[in-house]
Design a protein around this ligand. Sequence first.
Ligand code: ZN
Length: 365
Amino acid sequence: MIPSCFSFDYAEARSKFLAATRDAGLEVTSIQNEAVKGPRDADLYTDVVRIGPSDAPATLLFMSGTHGVEGFCGSGAQVEFLKTLKDREIPTDVQVVLIHAINPHGFAWLRRVNEDNVDLNRNFVDHSKPHPANPNYEILKDVIAPKDISDEALKAANATLRAFSDEHGPVALQAAASCGQYTHDDGVYYGGTFDTWSNRTFRQIVNDTCSQSKAVALIDFHTGLGPYGYGEMIIEVGPEDPAYDRAKGWWGDSVKSTVSGESVSAHLNGTIDGTLPEMLSNAEVTAGAIEFGTRPSNEVFRALRKDNWLHALGDPLSLEAKPIKKEIRAAFYPDTDDWKQMIVARGREVIDQAMAGLSADAKRL
Ligand SMILES: [Zn+2]
């Protein structure tokens, strides 16, 4: 049953999510991104389902597709959650909000970024202030996001990146490439210069669903980092923040903080997790991303760079796009039964732990 919860493309993922919602007797709120379309002129939506009392003292936000193409993973977990809802014990003081495909354009076009080439999980900064600087990206931009993606050119670019890593260390290289940059809209991990549609939509959903809650948690499903099928729970607060102890209390020592350098991820600028506590200043917020491994990191990075080139300099509708799209889909979505089983098992674990933790917090607060 589990593999059948996962999909071939965004359209199928959305229809499975809507069908599972209907079968569970729940209402869906569909928010269309009217400015853009998917392949074959398809309409694009973020879909939201609320489970449990809307005035609950605690809310769990369970989200997929922040990084478009990574949405296959979270969507499958959400569909499985809906299909098994009748057998689950959800605490009566917890509302669960499923947010399906918060970046539907990236999901539909098999891109990590959105319609503006923006990485949504770098976009949550105050755009009226100077953007975070990333001087090492400036130095390395032509080799991180090369204008020539032939094998020879990528080999030469990789040699330059290796030399940087030898001199400054692999952590510095990972941060340069992935922590976010706000200066090159044709580059990778670009954070943008305005609040994107998905950013505004997420804020609206949080506003509509969480304002009653004293305790709020977010689990945002991601893929592409770490060992195959393993799900690392990542938080972006250090031990000085009360959310750090809460997260460790709920999810145990498997929680890794980007602040203390424990995580497979670099510490990032402009993330959803980092912003949610500011958006809900009257609630106790515990926000985490669950990051599932797919392919070796060099393969994931190569797929990202080729896809970036395709949309910046190539033609996503041409024949040459086909192998690039196949490669990026495989890099973020293994599409194998064992991987899907691992996603659902680990996803269930962290969701159940968060609901239990929230319920305890709701009684205390
Ligand atoms: Zn991601």
